[in-house]
Write a protein that binds this ligand. Structure first.
Ligand code: PLP
Length: 380
């Protein structure tokens, strides 16, 4: 230790944490890890020490990757800076320039942008086709196809993917499969257990659960996830330790939150189906014996004035995300699906009256009353 104030002020606060048994994992908010000598440093490269530099690995991000892998029944997982970067490294772990990917039309708008507009610059060709008909999927497989990509419950129209069908087609043609399980969460659906190679999450949503973190996780077989981890390190799409810690804290209450979320969503969907001023209700069926998810989409194009509806929602706010504990609404036409070509919007049903409701964990009667009131005020 140096003797001068300036040196002491920098070094004095350092404390060894080795013998402190904290109940929860501490936040390793550090960009790098220290070494006593060259032999100690070399021990990292020999696999005897786990951590060197946070972009390369960090206890909090590793904890998040492992936690989601366990919940999905997969051997390995990696945390990333966002759901989209998890999708990117997942794709790049199985496809390279010259390869082709087949993806479903009704995926999250940001994923559509990534697949349709960005991957082309990596030399990866993408076809976006209707997954409702397995024959259409099969007919679009090319010689250079490597991956089939879809969502377990699609955003925002909540089509439930037939995972078995997708896996069967992929196995027949020797292709990889990757499924975004963000909406269902492993509480309702475990695509890896059903034979999917890579499962991806926007942990920004239900895993984090409190709308205070942007994060992604990719899980799957050891070998594929190892490739994706290398991409994370080399591209720099690592997650910050604090965000990983927040997401891990969220996961601890995933089960209890989801139980309430899905009960409330079912009750709201039932109430809206019976409301004559709602043109259409999108709410999945038969997702899991535990429930059908917590997103309900409605179309009120013909029956209500859209602006008045949004203004009449009271405590339910417009938020361009989902899966927080608070009930919120979003407007896909001007947010998540804004950049889609008009024909794609029309084909998908992204209309001017489509509203995506993320049902929270508040009192069920209050949630239903908020929507019934907004409909009553805005009905034409
Ligand atoms: C289904 C789905 N996948 C992926 C993403 C992208 O996640 P992130 O915003 O964490 O990058 C989103 C974001 O809304 C989503 O809804």
């Amino acid at each position: 230790m140096g003797q001068h104030f300036d040196t002491k002020s920098v070094h004095l606060a350092l404390k060894s944490t080795n013998s402190i048994d904290s109940k929860v994992t501490p936040i390793y908010q550090t960009s790098a890890f220290k070494f006593t000598d060259l032999e100690d440093l070399e021990s990292f490269y020999q696999g005897k020490k786990e951590y060197l530099y946070t972009r390369v690995g960090n206890p909090n991000t590793d904890e998040l990757g492992s936690a989601v892998a366990q919940l999905e029944g997969a051997p390995s997982g990696v945390a990333t800076s966002s759901g989209l970067s998890a999708i990117l490294v997942g794709v790049l772990s199985v496809a390279k320039a010259g390869d082709h990917i087949l993806a479903s039309t009704d995926i999250y708008g940001g994923t559509y942008q990534l697949l349709a507009n960005e991957l082309i610059d990596f030399g990866i060709e993408v076809s976006i086709v209707d997954f409702d008909d397995p024959q259409v999927v099969e007919n679009n497989i090319k010689e250079n196809t490597k991956l089939i990509y879809t969502e377990s419950i699609t955003n925002p129209l909540l089509r439930v993917e037939n995972i078995q069908e997708v896996v069967t087609i992929a196995k027949k043609h020797n292709l990889y499969t990757m499924i975004d399980n963000t909406f269902a969460t492993p509480y309702l659906c475990q695509p890896f257990v059903e034979g999917v190679d890579l499962v991806v999450h926007s942990a920004t949503k239900y895993l984090g659960g409190h709308s205070d973190v942007t994060a992604g996780v990719l899980v799957g077989q050891e070998e594929l996830v190892a490739k994706a981890k290398t991409k994370v390190v080399n591209i720099g799409t690592n997650l910050s330790p604090f965000d990983a810690w927040l997401a891990c804290r969220g996961i601890k209450t995933l089960s209890v939150r989801m139980e309430r979320h899905v009960k409330n969503a079912q009750a709201l969907a039932d109430a809206l189906i019976n409301n004559e001023y709602v043109d259409k209700v999108y709410y999945p069926k038969s997702v899991s014996p535990k429930g059908n998810g917590a997103i309900v989409s409605i179309d009120i194009t013909n029956s209500c004035d859209i602006d008045t509806f949004f203004k009449s929602l009271g405590w339910v706010k417009i938020v361009p995300t989902l899966a927080g504990v608070e009930t919120s609404v979003s407007y896909p036409l001007s947010t998540s699906h804004r950049a889609l070509p008009k024909e794609a919007q029309d084909e998908l049903g992204i209309t001017k009256g489509l509203i995506r409701i993320s049902v929270g964990i508040e009192d069920q009667a209050d949630i239903i009353a908020a929507f019934e009131q907004a409909i009553a005020i805005s009905k034409k």
